[in-house]
Design a protein around this ligand. Structure first.
Ligand code: JHZ
Ligand code: ZN
Length: 416
């Protein structure tokens, strides 16, 4: 990403330059992964988290995004490999690429944008496939490098694409998972992909899906890093001007509902009929209509009211309530709803870098997982709801001890 790109859209669509305005505001928000040292709460950075929908090109986006260097750096708090299910997911993603697009190719080359701790690239490395990860957050990139996964710490743009193509050749496949939606300069990245990809190569990426977010009111997908929430419609249009055609779509259950998009140089591959089917579904869902987002705003407000009513009631009953998973998503929920340390004793998280820190904005202590198991609370607010299957499988002890989950997607409820 070019550091020259303005973090604010200045009221123009980041993709097609049409005029846009926000349909709601979540208020002043901190950096979602900006966990603080207890003695470092002064000068916390805040920005206005306000989404907009571009009626001209269908792109759902943030009006303002903090500078990339404020979010992705040598203290980045999210390590992809913290979930066992996600490890299996990325092994399958790698297998699918190896068995389809790379099959039969001579010495293929795979590039992953935003490769984090190497959760996916390690499978290419293990099979001896030539690969390169591009990961601006140096601490997570170091984890990958120590496992022998070739990784450079940089923001991807056309200049870097050109350098890679010159030094290592063009890519047979460019992959990205939960990365494309983070990059404000989407045109810059698309131009880079166009430069780096072979004429018969594919660009495959997946991100949280707008359709799921709207139908489940999972507004917590909206935070600083997610400058876009994509749909098949917006992806098809955004990449078309860079000669990249949407040739396939594949829904994923990860991160509460995602979509995997396959793009290829125009005319180089057959377009799956699933593309048109998905576009039609999006029209039926009303994803192209401004009124859908007016309704979404009302749904967010209702969700907030119901969650706070539940938390206030439990507080008045002096129940012990903790958060489960100090997710990026929780930063939006906590600060938008007004959850404080009076509602949540602490948030349990297995990531060492988050432990002993305070949550962004509301400053709720984040503690090691042992603190949760040592003395189970009465209720756990499931911030990592996208990992519910994995977590509920392992937390039978908590439920057996009478513990209850508070969930808020798709609706606020108490479940066991
Ligand atoms: P999780 C991140 O979002 C950030 P987050 C990023 N912007 C993005 O797009 C997605 O990932 C891909 C902990 N945990 O995966 C680990 C437990 O404590 O929902 C993590 O801190 N116990 C790149 O942060 C957090 O919860 C467990 O059993 O919303 C989960 O974060 C498990 C499974 C996780 O992503
Ligand atoms: Zn637009």
């Amino acid at each position: 990403m070019s550091p020259k790109v303005k973090s604010a859209s200045n009221g123009y669509c980041r993709v097609c330059s049409a005029r846009i305005s926000s349909f709601m505001s979540f208020g002043r928000m901190p950096i979602a992964n900006g966990f603080l040292r207890p003695d470092g709460t002064e000068n916390e950075y805040f920005f206005e988290l306000a989404p907009a929908f571009c009626e001209a090109c269908g792109m759902f986006q943030l009006l303002e995004q903090p500078d990339p260097q404020k979010m992705f750096h040598e203290q980045y708090a999210f390590y992809s490999s913290t979930s066992r299910y996600m490890q299996a997911h990325f092994e399958a993603f790698a297998d699918a690429a190896i068995n389809t697009v790379l099959a039969g190719r001579d010495n293929p080359f795979v590039v992953e944008l935003g490769s984090n701790d190497g959760i996916m690239l390690r499978h290419f490395k293990e099979r001896g496939v030539r690969h390169l990860g591009i990961e601006p957050s140096a601490n997570v990139a170091d984890v990958a490098r120590t496992q022998g996964i070739s990784t450079i710490s940089a923001f991807f743009d056309r200049r870097l694409a050109n350098e890679i193509a010159t030094d290592q050749g063009s890519a047979d496949a460019i992959l990205a998972a939960n990365v494309m939606c983070h990059i404000a300069d989407l045109p810059g990245v698309a131009a880079g992909v166009q430069r780096l990809l072979k004429a018969d190569g594919v660009f495959v990426f997946e991100d949280p899906y707008l359709g799921d977010m709207i139908t489940k009111t999972s507004y917590d997908q909206i935070y600083d890093e997610h400058v876009f929430i994509f749909s098949a419609t917006s992806v098809q249009r955004a990449f078309a001007r860079f000669g990249l055609e949407l040739v396939d779509v594949m829904p994923q259950i990860t991160h509460g509902g995602s979509m995997r998009y396959t793009l290829a140089p125009r005319g180089s591959r057959e377009v799956s009929k699933k593309v048109n089917e998905q576009l039609a579904k999006e029209t039926t869902l009303g994803l192209d209509l401004a009124e859908t987002y007016v309704q979404f705003k009302a749904n967010c407000e209702n969700s907030r009211a119901a969650l706070m009513q539940t938390l206030e009631r439990l507080r008045s009953q002096q129940k012990r309530v903790v958060g489960y998973g100090a997710t990026s998503k929780s930063t939006t929920v906590i600060n938008y709803c007004g959850i404080t340390p009076a509602h949540l004793e602490f948030i349990s998280d297995t990531t060492p870098i988050k432990q002993g820190r305070l949550s962004p904005g509301a400053h709720i202590p984040v503690k090691a997982y042992d603190e949760f198991t040592k003395s189970y609370p009465d209720y756990a607010l499931l911030f990592a709801w996208n990992h519910a299957a994995e977590i509920r499988e392992k937390e039978t002890g908590f439920v057996g001890a009478g513990g209850r989950w508070i969930v808020y997607v798709p609706e606020v409820a108490i479940v066991s």
